[in-house]
Design a protein around this ligand. Structure first.
Ligand SMILES: Nc1ncnc2c1ncn2[C@@H]1O[C@H](COP(=O)(O)OP(=O)(O)O)[C@@H](O)[C@H]1O
Ligand SMILES: [Mg+2]
Length: 255
């Protein structure tokens, strides 16, 4: 289906510690639509609600108010259907420290019932792409932060998901590694029409990779559009200007 909407939120709101003194509105009435094959970037300062949004979309958190659908299914009603078809690269943890790089991939894929022969083929290919083939038999507990991120990226992709959620996939990854990850994501979107939702603090990465971007601030979606459209709309020279302007409230004028 052309232009098929694969993610939709309506009035999506998440409040932590509701009613208490330390109540936090992590997401505030977010309306969003993402289409199949899009690379969608979520940006915003620390604490803006990016991880919360992703966690709701994969069923790790429930909304306080509003609704969310992934692949046509309501996240509160049919999360099993969704979980079989999407993958999450979490912002933190999640890696199996005692397993080797290769075992991390194969074990995870096995949980999805992918046959071993196929898993081994995909593991070879992915480890090659993220340049960890030489280290595939090392336990990941000795890996640097960036190497672990690359293992997690590869692990997320071994199940060939329809939608890939990546929470800061390139944070801590070196320049060349980050490029490898970006190229891999670009290829997945362009050649296989997979949908990718990623968060990042690297605005150049967004300009280069993302078809559209959403800017979150204090749980609110303050802007959404193609990077160049946003630059035009706010008469900014680049996305960084749009971003800092919207977040600090200085120097942006809506045209
Ligand atoms: N489990 C939780 N309990 C209480 N507050 C939370 C929890 N998770 C996130 N928050 C709060 O919600 C807000 C949004 O957090 P988060 O979605 O992690 O932001 P981001 O990923 O954009 O940095 C922050 O104020 C954070 O402290
Ligand atoms: Mg986060």
């Amino acid at each position: 289906m052309l232009n098929e909407v694969v993610i939709k939120t309506e009035n999506l709101t998440k409040i932590f510690e509701e009613g208490k003194k330390r109540e936090v509105v992590a997401l505030r009435e977010v309306d969003l639509e993402i289409k199949r094959g899009e690379v969608f970037g979520l940006i915003g300062p620390n604490g803006a609600g990016k991880t919360t949004l992703i966690r709701i979309l994969v069923g790790l958190l429930t909304p306080t108010k509003g609704k969310a659908w992934v692949l046509g299914k309501n996240v509160e009603e049919d999360i099993a259907h969704i979980r079989e078809r999407v993958t999450l690269l979490p912002q933190e943890a999640g890696i199996y420290e005692r397993l080797t790089a290769r075992e991390n991939l194969v074990y995870y894929g096995g949980l999805y019932g992918i046959p071993e022969k196929e898993l081994n083929r995909r593991a070879d290919e992915l480890l090659e792409i993220v340049k960890l083939k030489e280290k595939e038999h090392y336990q990941v507990k000795g890996f640097s932060g960036g190497m672990k991120r690359k293992v997690l990226v590869a692990r997320a992709l071994i199940i060939q998901p329809e939608i890939v959620f990546m929470d800061e996939p390139t944070t801590g990854v070196d320049t060349i590694g980050a490029r490898v990850v970006r190229n891999l994501l670009k290829k997945l979107s362009e050649e296989e029409n997979r949908t990718i939702i990623l968060t990042t603090h690297d605005l150049n990465e967004v300009s280069e990779l993302c078809d559209r971007v959403g800017i979150l601030n204090n749980g609110e979606l303050v802007a959404i559009g193609k990077p160049n459209e946003l630059e035009e709309k706010y008469k900014a020279a680049n996305l960084e200007e749009v971003f800092t302007g919207l977040i600090t409230g200085e120097g942006v004028y809506e045209s």
